[in-house]
Structures are given as structure tokens and as C-alpha cells.
Design a protein around this ligand. Structure first.
Ligand code: NAD
Ligand code: UFG
Length: 329
């Protein structure tokens, strides 16, 4: 297939491009590089020894986006492009609602116009809000505590309605749990601008000596050791989930959790990182971070049954590969 990957220069997008190419699909990337670097395109080519097309395009510029649809035969779109910093979305809600929702509207409009029938969307476990774990795809979505999460829930609804009105338009809504790690080559990975918000990049920067110590946000949750529990998933497993999802996409709207089904606490992740990489991570316990939930992990049986996909890599590989990438920076 010829797949248009929006946000393909970003963290999850770049790993997905590698796996699409490894599975003999062709890739066109549309990315405005607002949160990524042009060098990533060459790294994708280097890892796969294959060529890709790259357009530096803002997908909310409809004319620019349309020029890609009008000049290529596209079989499917994987839509990663969007802003993702939860804290920033609270400060700048309109920036998030505008980019994340308008991009979904424009891309689905262009798909209908150009008869592109497969659409895979990057959603998030955050749409489950404070449901009971494990999160199952059939649960009602609960309000999230931030505009970022709302953009995911609203985009899911928009795509569902578009698919209802256009029967040949098939949609896969992929709810990611906590993607971490990097490609085993160490060439591509996650390099956030400024001080990281997320746990794993914070740990790797402490390991590198860029940051002094990790702050653990709360140890009074009702969990194994009081710290927050998440379902960390290796980004290459996540990328493989996208390949399975676009290859198996049937008519209609399909929702899948992409996680491992295993919960890991903050302290468990720190200790695993220390053990695997033989580096001490200094940390201190501080108060809870506003908006955090205690526990999040997925029920993963639907993706396994319908997509024939299952995460294969464990916490050890996640810690090893995240560090390898940071070391290479
Ligand atoms: P990322 O920031 O690394 O990648 C997003 C890419 O989209 C960047 O390369 C950025 O330059 C590009 N982009 C943003 N707005 C654009 C626009 N209007 N036009 C063109 N390009 C644009 O983020 P990521 O971690 O790879 O996340 C990819 C997607 O997955 C996002 O939609 C994110 O919300 C979603 N997601 C991420 C996580 C996570 O923890 N990383 C969890 C759940 C969902
Ligand atoms: N944490 C710390 N210290 C830090 C950073 C995080 O203790 O410096 C803790 C958090 O309190 C939480 C856990 O580590 O218990 C994971 O936090 P992250 O920020 O790494 O991840 P979140 O689960 O909060 O959120 C992430 C993405 C969201 C996405 C969600 C579900 O940031 O965009 O996963 O996919 F919606």
C-alpha cells in the first residue's frame, strides 16, 4: 500500500514508517517539523535502506495537504500529526483544539474527496479518564482532565460520524497506552524539546547527567508501592500495531487498545532502568501531579484477536533502547 503518514517525522510516526517500509509498503510523510527534525527522514532511510517521499507541509493548510492527495495514489492515511503536551494544552487550549481537530477534519475531508478509504488515527488511553482498570474498548469515555485529551475524544467522534455517513471509509481508532523506548539501532527515538514531561525521557536525561534528579509525583496512591502505575509499551511494538491495523482494516469503525496489558509503577520502572543499564537514578518523592490518575493499563485481547498483534517487548528492552538512543544524542 501507499500510505500517507502525517507527523511521520515525529516519535511514533518515524518508528511506524520504518515498520511500514520493512513490510514493503510505500510511505509519504507530511510533517511541518513543529516538533521534529528533518534529519529523522534520513535516519528512516538509513535504517530501512529504502526511499520515502517527504513533504514539509502543515496539514491544517488544506491547499497544501490537497496537493499531496492530488499528486499521489494514496491507499491509506495514518494520522499522527498533532500536539501532545498535556500541560501546554491547559495553558493554550485553542492551539490544541485548532491543530488537533482541524487536522482531523481536513484529512478526512480529503480522504472522502480522493476516495482514500483507510484512516488510522492516533488516539490515547487518556480518553478512558477514571474508568476502572483494565480499560476495555467498549467502556464509555469519561471526561479527561485536559484539552489535549478532549481533542482525542472529539476526533474519535468526528471520524466515527464521517465513517457512518460514508460506508466505504474505514477507520481504526488506536488508543495508545504509554509509548517508550526507541528503535534498537539507537538512530531514532524520543527527544522532547525542553524539560521532558514524561517519565522515561526524564529518566534517560537524569542518567545522562542533563538533569539532576527525578521527581516522583506522589507515593500515596492505592497501588503496589504508592506510585502511579502505567502500561508502558515499546514504540516498535506500537509501530507494528499500526502496520497490522492498516493491513487488516475492514469496513466500519474499529477501536483498539495498543498496550501490553501489564502495569508498572514509577518506582518499578526506575529500578528496572537502573538494573538493565547499570546506572543509578537519583530521585525524590514529591506531591502528586495535578490531573494524574493512579492506574492505567489496557485490556489487549481485542487487538490480539482481530489484528493478530501483540506487544512482544518487555520493560527490559524499553529501558535498554531508550538509554541507547539518549546515549547516542
Ligand atoms: P511527536 O510530537 O513526536 O510527533 C507529532 C508530529 O506531528 C511531529 O513531527 C510534528 O512536527 C508533527 N505535526 C504537528 N502538527 C502538525 C501539523 N499541523 N501538520 C503537520 N505536522 C504536524 O508526537 P508522538 O509522540 O509521535 O505522537 C504522535 C501522535 O500520537 C500524536 O497525535 C499524539 O497525540 C498521539 N499520542 C502520543 C502518545 C505519547 O505518549 N507519545 C500517547 C497517546 C497518543
Ligand atoms: N511521573 C513522575 N515524574 C515525572 C514524570 C512522570 O513521577 O517526572 C509519573 C506520573 O505521575 C505517572 C507516570 O510517571 O504516574 C507516567 O507519567 P507520564 O507523564 O510519562 O505519562 P502519563 O500516563 O501521564 O501520560 C502519557 C502521555 C499522554 C497520554 C497518556 C496515555 O503524556 O499524552 O500517556 O497514553 F495520553
Amino acid at each position: 500500500m501507499n500510505i500517507l503518514v502525517t507527523g511521520g517525522a515525529g516519535y511514533i510516526g518515524s518508528h511506524t514508517c520504518v515498520e511500514l517500509l520493512n513490510n514493503n509498503h510505500s510511505v509519504i510523510i507530511a510533517d511541518n517539523l513543529s516538533n521534529s527534525k528533518i534529519e529523522t527522514i534520513d535516519k528512516i532511510k538509513q535504517i530501512t535502506d529504502k526511499d520515502i517521499l517527504f513533504y514539509k507541509v502543515d496539514v491544517i493548510d488544506e491547499q497544501a495537504a490537497e496537493s499531496i492527495f492530488s499528486s499521489h495514489q494514496i491507499d491509506g492515511v495514518i494520522h499522527f500529526a498533532g500536539f501532545k503536551a498535556v500541560g501546554e494544552s491547559v495553558e493554550k487550549p485553542l492551539k490544541y483544539y485548532y491543530n488537533n481537530i482541524v487536522s482531523t477534519i481536513i484529512l478526512s475531508r480529503l480522504c472522502i474527496k480522493y476516495n482514500v478509504n483507510k484512516f488510522v488515527f492516533s488516539s490515547s488511553a487518556t480518553v478512558y479518564g477514571e474508568n476502572k482498570v483494565p480499560f476495555v474498548e467498549t467502556m464509555d469515555l469519561l471526561p479527561t482532565t485536559n484539552p489535549y485529551g478532549e481533542t482525542k475524544a472529539i476526533s474519535e467522534r468526528i471520524l466515527t460520524d464521517v465513517a457512518k455517513a460514508n460506508h466505504s471509509f474505514s477507520v481504526s481508532l488506536l488508543r495508545y497506552f504509554n509509548p517508550v523506548g526507541a528503535h534498537e539501532s539507537g538512530l531514532i527515538g524520543e527527544s522532547p524539546n525542553g524539560i521532558p514531561n514524561n517519565l522515561m525521557p526524564y529518566i534517560t536525561q537524569v542518567a545522562k547527567g542533563k538533569l539532576q534528579k527525578l521527581r516522583v509525583f506522589g507515593n500515596d496512591y492505592d497501588t503496589v508501592d504508592g506510585t502511579g502505575v502505567r502500561d508502558y509499551i515499546h514504540v516498535v511494538d506500537l509501530a507494528e500495531g499500526h502496520v497490522a491495523s492498516v493491513e487488516r482494516l475492514q469496513e466500519g469503525v474499529h477501536v483498539y487498545n495498543l498496550g501490553t496489558g501489564q502495569g508498572t509503577s514509577v518506582l518499578q520502572l526506575i529500578y528496572a532502568f537502573e538494573k538493565v543499564n547499570n546506572i543509578k537514578i537519583p530521585y525524590e518523592i514529591v506531591g502528586r501531579r495535578p490531573g494524574d490518575i493512579a492506574v492505567s493499563y489496557a485490556c489487549v485481547s481485542k487487538a490480539e484477536q482481530e489484528l493478530g498483534w501483540k506487544a512482544k517487548r518487555g520493560i527490559k528492552e524499553m529501558c535498554r533502547d531508550a538509554w541507547k538512543f539518549e546515549e547516542n544524542l
